[in-house]
Design a protein around this ligand. Structure first.
Ligand code: ATP
Ligand code: MG
Length: 588
């Protein structure tokens, strides 16, 4: 899938977009300029697919010493909101793309687009059509049949000018007339069958207010906006391939700068949804807590989960660009954040499911301060003090009463190492009336301080722990995939069968059936687990919001930017240390 392998001389080979740009530069096109843009529609929050587009466009501008614009394609007054504009600006900046002073809005070009529409009318290339939406559709034809000319197609230039200017003045109600490009109703490309350029819509726009009551269509706006900004390479996703001839037609008919459109495959990821419509539905129907729910594939969600811009950029770099649609495994995204945090997250100890340990031969009332490295491979990150005492918390999972031989953790009679501390041996198990293990009675060897025995004896297991006397209580949120199947769109008797069915076939357990009837049925009911009383080492108590840690053996955690406060930390698990999902499925 990645279009990037290594050539003989070990330079990364050029992906197909770079090859096109190289050729354009060699041919002296655009005076040697490279100018790209990211053109979001402000009708939702950005997701990881948009991040791919941002990294691609900004990356190319950087690589070729070119420029990058951020432009809102805000042609639809009904669905667009300032809230989305603000969040998009913030997310693009967070990802590290820089547009300098080039933040634009297609709505700022409304006057220019209107003047150009007049020019096309005067050239006999556009006409006012009175067909209703349904009639326009009925006249359009199909893939196998040509369309039919509208009876208004032969209106005179004068009549078209008169009607169009009156449309703009607000003389006609919504939906009564459109301005259409006069191209070819028999074209095999349906986008060229006299597409609509303007609709009447008496609606307030988030920027232009009530200045306009006619709005240009996306297709009439997008290409010319690129042209106005001097964009050289308009990079977009594959579904716009069939629109390219239309964008070309407008630029040629108007005789304006002609950017080159290049299409690439959009990013799809397993175990999640990526369409804005579905993400909106998840938010509105409260399947998630909001756009920034850490389970969402939105940039907001990923940020709150503890993803870094570096990890997202590395992921986008790694998946590369391709010309075919495919689905990338979520595990790749998780691997990218693991790799980034492994280098930089300080280590700490926390216990998610606490089990009490009493060290019987450790003096009561005594405690000591042990030194622990903040990062085993990065001494510059320094050390911290971890208190030790007679009563500890350990992870309940790290104990098994009747353990098999290869269980190298706590079990009666077996010696284990407490990380940074001592060797201990479990002597006795205390249970409640129901038979649940509530406490372990252990002994320690004082000669093993720091984790090594002077007599050279070895232990196989090392577990983490927290001194019960000094532990701080914290809330922890553990996340799993938002959907329980890799292709949530695949449902029985589906009308919304998604892409990547072959891959779905491959990943689905053999013989398993599709039982869900709606993609919503595939939501994972166990995607969030809240632990209200985890025990963490005292150094974590004052962690401010937005800090990364590796809890030894448990994963990478991020103090929630909204809910966490110094003294009352809330930890979101960004990712486990290993791909536990892959391990689980391998077991099955
Ligand atoms: P809509 O259906 O609402 O238009 P969209 O996801 O295309 O949704 P835009 O705001 O139009 O949203 O997208 C902005 C840019 O991001 C476009 O250039 C689009 O091609 C690109 N983009 C959107 N989704 C993906 C994706 N999954 N992978 C890569 N690029 C994407
Ligand atoms: Mg779009």
């Amino acid at each position: 899938m990645a279009d990037r392998d290594t050539t003989v001389d070990d330079k990364p080979s050029r992906n197909f977009i770079e090859q096109i740009i190289d050729a354009d530069l060699a041919a002296g096109k655009n005076d040697g300029r490279v100018h790209t843009r990211f053109p979001p529609e402000p009708n939702g929050y950005l997701h990881i697919g948009h991040a791919k587009s941002i990294c691609l466009n900004y990356g190319l501008a950087e690589q070729y010493n070119g420029k990058f614009n951020l432009r809102f394609d805000d042609t639809n007054p009904a669905k667009e909101e300032q809230e989305y504009v603000d969040s998009i600006i913030d997310d693009v900046r967070w990802l590290g793309a820089e547009w300098e002073d080039r933040l634009f809005y297609a709505s700022d070009y409304f006057q220019q687009l209107y003047d150009w529409a007049i020019r096309l009318i005067k050239a006999g290339k556009a006409y006012v059509c009175d067909l209703s939406v349904e009639d326009v559709r009925a006249h359009r034809g199909t893939l196998s049949e040509p369309g039919k000319n509208s009876s208004y197609r032969t209106r005179s230039v004068e009549e078209n000018l008169d009607l169009f200017t009156r449309m703009a003045k607000g003389e006609f109600p919504d939906g009564t007339r459109t301005l259409r490009a006069k191209i070819d109703m028999a074209s095999p490309n349906i986008n060229l069958r006299d597409p609509v350029m303007y609709r009447i819509k008496h609606a307030s726009h988030h920027r232009s207010g009530d200045r306009w009551c006619i709005y240009p269509s996306y297709d009439y706006t997008h290409g010319q906006s690129d042209s106005i900004e001097g964009i050289t390479h308009s990079i977009c996703t594959l579904e716009f391939e069939n629109h390219r001839p239309l964008y070309d037609w407008f630029c040629e008919a108007l005789g304006i700068h002609h950017p080159q459109q290049i299409e690439f495959a959009r990013l799809n990821l397993t175990y999640t949804a990526m369409s804005k419509r579905k993400l909106l539905q998840l938010v509105q129907e409260k399947h998630v807590a909001g756009w920034d729910d850490p389970r969402m594939p939105t940039i907001r969600g990923l940020r709150r989960r503890g993803y870094t811009p570096e990890s997202i950029r590395a992921f986008c770099e790694r998946i590369g660009v391709a010309k075919f649609n495919s689905t990338i495994e979520m595990a790749w995204l998780e691997e990218a954040i693991r790799a980034d945090l492994n280098d930089r997250a300080p280590r700490a100890m926390g216990i998610l499911r606490p089990l009490k340990v009493i060290i019987e031969n450790y003096p009561e009332g005594k405690d000591e301060e042990l030194e622990a490295a903040n990062h085993p491979q990065v001494p510059e990150m320094g050390v911290r003090i971890v208190p030790f005492s007679r009563e500890l918390w350990v992870e309940a999972d790290d104990f098994m009463e009747n353990a098999p031989k290869n269980f190298y953790r706590l079990t009666p009679g077996r010696e284990v190492r407490l990380r940074y501390a001592y060797f201990i041996t479990c002597k006795d198990v205390v249970k409640d009336k129901q038979g649940n293990v509530v406490e372990l009675r252990c002994t320690y060897d004082p000669a093993t301080q720091g984790g090594n025995a002077p007599d050279g004896r070895k232990v196989k297991g090392t577990i983490h722990w927290v001194s019960a006397l000094h532990a701080h209580s914290a809330a922890v949120r553990l996340y799993d995939h938002l959907f329980k199947t890799p292709f949530p769109d695949e449902v029985a008797e589906s009308s919304e069968q998604g892409e990547g069915s072959e891959k779905a076939e491959e990943l689905r357990a053999p013989g398993s059936m599709l039982t869900a009837t709606s993609w919503l049925d595939n939501i994972n009911p166990k995607s969030l687990e809240v632990i209200s009383d985890a025990k963490v080492e005292p150094s974590l108590a004052e962690a401010g919001p937005g800090a990364h840690f590796q809890f030894e053996r448990l994963g990478y955690f991020f103090t929630d930017p909204k809910d966490s406060q110094p003294g009352r930390p809330v930890f979101n698990r960004t990712v486990t240390l290993r791909d536990t999902w892959a391990k689980e499925s391998a077991k099955k």
